[in-house]
Design a protein around this ligand. Structure first.
Ligand code: SF4
Length: 253
């Protein structure tokens, strides 16, 4: 094979999970969503639960998650994924139910749903992608936007006196009795992606053991709306997001 043939897509060795479909993802190059989808698919494949898992897709950039991971899915209205996950799990108690949400969806529009589902201790898995901005709608301020961070609606930077403080909703959720496992991870390096995969696996195992709600926050990049290259976005995340949203387990019982 000639060198120029090696870069042809038909000659790639993908090694991708069979739980992922062949649909090309619509995410911007460098976006964290694709990596998290890959990890979720790998966990489902390794646990051999493809036919036993129901995903709840959100409104936001991950709205088409059902196109990429080959399991049963339901599409929730904006912010309502935890409510739909609750109903699905109660109707199908022997299935694994995973809700996938971004920060605009989970921490703003769906605040009531996430708090009450977690407080009830529903036996569901929640994957929470926090990139501190509304991605799909054009980069508006989200509850998770950092102070001083420029967005489409805070062009001079978020101000506490005008816009309020960033919401650490994962810390709030960790205090709720119904949650058994709450962790904050990232996928910006191979080592961090491995830790996130381990966390997703643990969350599914908790669900099998009926321990309560497990939530994995993934501190993520939105390089398009941050207006940075993928590499610079990762650097910005490490320098600015991690001090405010420190990685690690907040609760594990
Ligand atoms: S807008 Fe942001 S979150 Fe949405 S796909 Fe692009 S990089 Fe990802």
């Amino acid at each position: 094979m000639d060198v120029k043939d090696i870069i042809k897509p038909e000659n790639f060795v993908y090694g991708k999970s069979k739980v992922l479909t062949d649909t090309v993802m619509h995410y911007c190059p460098g976006c964290s969503h694709g990596v998290v989808h890959k990890l979720l698919a790998e966990v489902i494949e390794e646990m051999d639960i493809q036919d036993k898992t129901i995903g709840i897709s959100p409104v936001g950039c991950a709205v088409f998650a059902y196109k990429y991971i080959n399991i049963d899915w339901q599409q929730a209205a904006h912010g309502r994924a935890p409510a739909l996950a609750t109903a699905t799990k109660r109707l199908y108690p022997d299935k694994y139910v995973v809700a996938y949400q971004g920060d605009g969806d989970l921490a703003s529009i769906g605040t009531a749903e996430i708090i009450h589902a977690c407080n009830r201790g529903e036996n569901i898995v929640i994957i929470f992608i926090n990139n501190a901005i509304y991605g799909m709608t054009g980069g508006q301020m989200a509850p998770t936007t950092l102070l001083g961070m420029k967005t489409a609606t805070t062009p001079y930077g978020r101000r506490a006196d005008l816009n309020g403080y960033p919401l650490k909703i994962t810390e709030l959720i960790a205090q709720l009795e119904g949650t058994c496992y709450v962790t904050r991870q990232s996928v910006h390096t191979p080592a961090s992606a491995r830790k996130t995969k381990k966390a997703i696996r643990k969350a599914f195992e908790n669900s099998a053991q009926k321990k309560g709600t497990s939530l994995i926050e993934v501190v993520s990049t939105c390089n398009s709306n941050w207006k940075l290259s993928p590499v610079k976005a990762n650097e910005w995340m490490v320098e600015n997001m991690f001090p405010f949203y420190p990685l690690g387990d907040l609760k594990d019982r």
